[in-house]
Design a protein around this ligand. Structure first.
Ligand SMILES: Nc1ncnc2c1ncn2[C@@H]1O[C@H](COP(=O)(O)OP(=O)(O)OP(=O)(O)O)[C@@H](O)[C@H]1O
Ligand SMILES: [Mg+2]
Length: 186
């Protein structure tokens, strides 16, 4: 046996100038990736999950949902284009997540005068994850049905999208608030 039975995944998280990389071997290694992601995202963000079939995009989403405290639910074996995980308010406290947390737990508000300030607000917590699998989207017009702009504007929402290459023009509008997660099988 020359090759290990276990497939190693190299996971790269990118947002602005920040780049973090993780090696995922065991299933539970997704926890540290989910944790890094949880520190980075805030309501109104999109997580673009790219990587080949079976890379672990759905698995990472489930680890993130679990980390944020979403109740476990049976995964429907039938194909679902979109699944929503509700995150209870109390189980995951961003303030306990280390030094960056004070900033994370506030929301940037723009006032009518153009003034832009961060406002301390518990509403800045993530309350729902909208998980979209765009694998079967061939024509981006079909995405309209999912009303993703509306979903994203719901308070406390983060949208995670698998196969972001099938939603390129929608994602363009949100480049600044998009975190890229790239999974490579190595
Ligand atoms: N580190 C790992 N070790 C072992 N198995 C893993 C690991 N990561 C993911 N898997 C398994 O690989 C399989 C495929 O994972 P997953 O469904 O998350 O991939 P995906 O990227 O969402 O694929 P698709 O593009 O088909 O949606 C699952 O059975 C999952 O449990
Ligand atoms: Mg998947």
């Amino acid at each position: 046996m020359t090759k290990s039975m276990k497939q190693t995944r190299l996971v790269t998280i990118k947002h602005d100038k920040l780049v973090e990389q993780f090696k995922v071997v065991e299933l539970d290694d997704w926890k540290k990736v989910a944790d890094a992601l949880a520190r980075l995202i805030e309501p109104g963000f999109i997580v673009a999950l790219s990587g080949p079939l079976g890379a672990g995009k759905t698995t990472l989403t489930q680890y993130l949902a679990a980390l944020l405290g979403a109740p476990k639910r049976a995964i429907s074996p039938t194909f679902a284009l979109m699944r929503i995980y509700n995150v209870p308010r109390t189980t995951y406290d961003v303030r306990r997540r280390g030094s960056k947390s004070d900033v994370r737990n506030s929301a940037k508000r723009t006032f009518p005068s153009g003034l832009s300030l961060r406002v301390e607000d518990s509403e800045a917590d993530i309350r729902r994850l909208v998980h979209v699998d765009a694998y079967r989207i061939e024509d981006e017009k079909d995405l309209v049905v999912l009303d993703l702009d509306e979903e994203l504007s719901e308070p406390g929402t983060v949208v995670l999208i698998e196969w972001p290459e099938n939603a390129r023009s929608w994602l363009k509008k949100y480049a600044k608030q998009t975190v890229q997660v790239m999974i490579e099988l190595i």
